[in-house]
Design a protein around this ligand. Structure first.
Ligand code: NAI
Ligand code: MG
Length: 499
């Protein structure tokens, strides 16, 4: 893989020391340590970033606590807060090209995709959430107070920010995950310590600069780059953090719950998936075939909601699999910064090894690769689009989240009536797709699937106004939409005796 041309402005920005954002200032790690960040398309080092650890988390939590209790943020009106949050969205759009380049270089995804999806949706999340700042409302309740006969009361419920929030995000959508987490926390008036993924810290650090430029007061947003077992664990278990919001693996989600349980912190989790994508026999295949292709191969399969288990009616199974393989053959693999590239490398050597081990296990268990099937090897962490058939529900590749461009496809027969049971036969419940022309049938199936997002004749449709999150082991709580506000609000009931 040839090395892409990195824009000069990005080179200049990368060459400056990459520090931690604590209390409104960019500072080195207390330990003085830094870690290397790689271009996953080449394996080359592109930046050295301050390595935050427990001591830095401590400082950041102190700053966030101060900002929450007594800083200008604590006194700011919802209207002022909303305007600042809106400005963050504006600044993201103004720097869209630059942020997309950073994302392509750091994460490996194509720059055009980063610009159209990650950057656009990140800005929209701040814009959307900024409107809620002035619309968070409480209640007036006429209570009966049966145990206090003869007395009269006036009761209201006042929503309040939960406090200092620890947020931990992954590497698959580095900027967008930062936006999903930061925007609602700021909207509700919380203060934040954000721990970004060690694989991809760069776009969130640039976002931190824009957040300061937008006028967010010191200490309200603190950004720590560092590793999960050190910085992440310190944040999840910190006694002065009121709430932890996590996106990542189900395995680490469990560790977060354990760490948070000591102080019974509030926790929200957005975890893994193994989402079914169902193509019914009357589906419009001119939509369903490209749709199912994108459902799995978008972002190289590194989506928690990837449509990774395909169920196709047996009468069209061969046609659909062949069609997806043809679409997959058109996907141009290369460096995310090169024009015309549709698919970049996986994010790291670790993920490359993980995904190629899944491919080996599939082969060993008897699955057959219609296309792809092996990592490309050589420089960079490239795995081609892969479709596995001849699978059975017991195989590891069918049961576990692969988080790479690997689709398992199986036919179903109406006569057996096992489709819904098989589609729901997973520990996860994040998303599902259904393709078909009979509106009644697709709705009936949607109602029976245990998943937080269902897409009918479409896939990967995200919007800041729509709640997103999981049933079962895919998580707790919802991101985005009005629903996300609940993650960051306490409800205080205030009762006054009036007679
Ligand atoms: P991970 O869950 O280990 O990492 C996600 C975040 O958690 C990172 O910021 C990491 O530093 C942090 N973290 C790790 N260990 C921690 C700990 N003990 N305490 C606190 N924070 C910790 O995910 P990883 O290792 O990058 O990927 C492994 C697998 O997880 C993937 O193959 C995929 O299946 C799944 N995954 C799911 C994601 C999703 O969006 N639901 C995102 C990333 C990974
Ligand atoms: Mg991990």
């Amino acid at each position: 893989m040839r090395t892409a041309v990195v824009p000069q402005a990005i080179r200049d920005w990368l060459s400056k020391p990459k520090a931690l954002l604590i209390d409104g200032k960019w500072v080195a790690a207390q330990s003085g340590k830094t870690f290397e960040v790689h271009d996953p398309a080449t394996g080359e080092v592109i930046a050295h970033v301050a390595e935050g650890d427990k001591a830095d988390i401590d400082l950041a939590v102190k700053a966030a606590r101060r900002a929450f209790e007594s800083g200008p943020w604590a006194r700011m009106t919802p209207s002022e807060r909303g305007r600042i949050i809106h400005r963050i969205g504006d600044l993201i759009l103004q720097h869209a090209d630059e942020l997309a380049s950073i994302e392509a270089l750091d994460n490996g995804k194509p720059k055009a995709v980063a610009k159209a999806a990650d950057v656009t949706l990140a800005a929209d999340m701040f814009h959307y959430m900024s409107g809620w700042a002035t619309k968070i409302e409480g209640k007036y309740i006429n209570i009966s107070a049966l145990a206090a006969p003869g007395m009269q009361f006036a009761s209201m419920v006042r929503p309040e920010p939960v406090g200092v929030v620890g947020q931990i995000i992954p590497w698959n959508f580095p900027l967008l995950m930062a936006a999903w987490k930061l925007a609602p926390a700021l909207t509700t008036g919380c203060t934040v310590v954000l721990k970004v993924a060690e694989e991809t810290p760069l776009s969130a650090l640039r976002l931190g600069e824009l957040i300061l430029e937008a006028g967010v007061p010191a200490g309200v947003v603190n950004i720590i780059a560092g590793f999960g077992e050190t910085a992440g664990a310190a944040l999840a278990g910190h006694p002065d953090v009121d709430k932890v919001a996590f996106t990542g693996s189900t395995e680490v989600g469990r560790l977060i719950v354990q760490a948070a349980s000591r102080d019974l912190k509030k926790v929200s989790l957005e975890l893994g998936g193994k989402s079914p994508n169902i193509i019914l026999k009357d589906a419009d295949l001119s939509q369903a075939i490209p749709g199912a292709t994108a459902a799995i191969f978008f972002n190289h399969g590194q989506c928690c909601n990837a449509g990774s288990r395909l169920f196709v009616h047996k009468s069209i199974f061969e046609e659909v699999v062949e069609g997806i393989a043809k679409e997959a053959a058109k996907i141009k693999i290369g460096h995310g910064l090169d024009d015309g590239v549709d698919m970049g490398p996986l994010v790291s050597q670790v993920q490359y090894d993980r995904v190629t081990e899944f491919l080996a296990s599939g082969e060993q268990e008897g699955a057959r690769a219609v296309c792809g099937g092996k990592g490309l090897g050589g420089k960079g962490y490239f795995v081609p689009p892969t479709i596995l058939v001849d699978t059975n529900p017991g195989m590891k590749v069918v049961r576990e989240e692969i988080f790479g461009p690997v689709l398992v496809a199986a036919p179903f027969d109406d006569a057996d009536d096992t489709l819904i049971a098989e589609a729901n036969n997973t520990i996860y419940g994040l998303a599902a797709g259904i393709w078909g022309k009979d509106g009644g049938e697709t709705q009936r199936i949607a109602n029976r699937l245990k998943a937080g997002s269902i897409w009918i004749n479409c896939y990967h449709v995200f919007d800041a106004a729509l709640p997103f999150g999981g049933y079962k082991q895919s998580g707790w709580g919802r991101e985005m939409g009005q629903a996300v506000l609940a993650n960051y609000l306490e409800q205080k009931a205030i009762t006054t005796r009036i007679g």
